[in-house]
Ligand binder design. Sequence first.
Ligand SMILES: *Cc1c(COP(=O)(O)O)cnc(C)c1O
Length: 221
Amino acid sequence: MDKERIAKNLAKVKKDIAPYRAKLVAVTKFVDAKTTRELYDLGVRDMGENRSDKFLAKIEALNDIQSEITWHFIGHLQSRQVKLIINQVDYLHSLDRLSLAKEIQKRADQAVKCFLQVNVSGEETKGGFDPDRVMEAVEAIEVYDKVQIVGLMTMAPIDAGETELHHYFAELKEIQQLIVRKNYPWAPCTELSMGMSRDYQIALEEGATFIRVGSALYDQK
Ligand SMILES: *Cc1c(COP(=O)(O)O)cnc(C)c1O
């Protein structure tokens, strides 16, 4: 990957985010350890991976710098893989079922910052809680003190138009606000992880606090 190209793309995304109070998670699942290191050299400290095996290989390859990196796990996590990675991730964006919370409780050394994944569009192929089941999930998680609900996460359908995107992201924020108002100590839920390469601008407008951007950094759009 051409470093100058990445630098240019990164500058563009940063410029787009600048007016908002959001954090960029650079999704590195498409690129090797060398390109991930280039992102680090360009000042990126928040990285997102979506597969346990690749994530472990990355932190191994970046052993000398990995403690300075905030690692975001953004993909579907199988219960049997929890023990392999959970103590190495800083944020889990994809808490998509209660059985996963139970497994985290068993395997985590300390509380893990988690986003509940919400299936706002109701697509059958997508994971996550139905919007009308999120509150009961939050309440059920009280018993798992290793799970801290820092926010909600969603992925919009890839074919959604602009109006629909606004609607989905606004809906996630509405649910988040309901949770915030409960003042549950285990679920401050102040964050919104939403927006990817093609829709982060709209997500920012709707209040995203973390955007997860991959392909726009690597010209794979
Ligand atoms: C791959 C991925 C991203 C980044 O997608 P781009 O469209 O390449 O920016 C964001 N979130 C999740 C959950 C992903 O799996």
